[in-house]
Design a protein around this ligand. Sequence first.
Ligand code: GLP
Length: 240
Amino acid sequence: MAEIVIVPDKAAAGALVADHIAGLLRANPETVLGLATGSTPLPVYEALRSRLEGVDVSRVRGFALDEYVGIDPAHPESYRSVITREVVEPLGLDPSRIRTPDGTPAGIEHHGEEYEEAIRAAGGIDLQILGIGTDGHIGFNEPGSSFASHTRVKTLTEQTRRDNARFFDRIEDVPMHCITQGLGTILRARHLVLLAFGEGKAAAVAGAVEGPLSASLPGSAIQLHPRATVVVDEAAASQL
Ligand code: GLP
């Protein structure tokens, strides 16, 4: 059973999770972070900025959860760009130690296994930050994803493309495919911290935390994890 923490708002969630991460980095400068994109984790990254003074972050490693396939890595909405802009630069991390799955045509064929190997070689992910999609996806593991899945290419659902259209000029510009850590990859992280805000996430949160274990709601995989923390506001907790 996941530990549920209900917070008043996004800023409180950001402060809580950022305090925890700053503590980890102080205790172990080689901490390996699992980084999520989307709007949900932004308050965490924002709050971390003021908490890393005097902390040696030069050896921190990071692995992003996912990336669009076929997007130019330099596109402002590629997850590589988002992680660079929201995490690497403001926190002063070493860009060579922060990886994003390779969604370029040259990269996708063998990249899944290479990414898994890179995570293993880093010693595994200490703390994985997660958001959740309105359809219950984590990373880009859309409904139907195997709980044992590894990093691989997936097709985005129409709903996810619609949800993410706000980051692009037109829905036609939202990529059709992605490369994502699998649910099995995510479950190997030592601690999962899933955040969700707003009523729109309430059904997905309830399904993930209390629903049956089901590939139709990929977030329910967190129930298999011995250490999962779910940080939600009242609205996102309203169906629990
Ligand atoms: C995106 C990302 C997920 C994210 C989710 C929710 O598509 N691939 O990692 O958790 O959808 O996004 P948001 O946090 O913007 O609601």
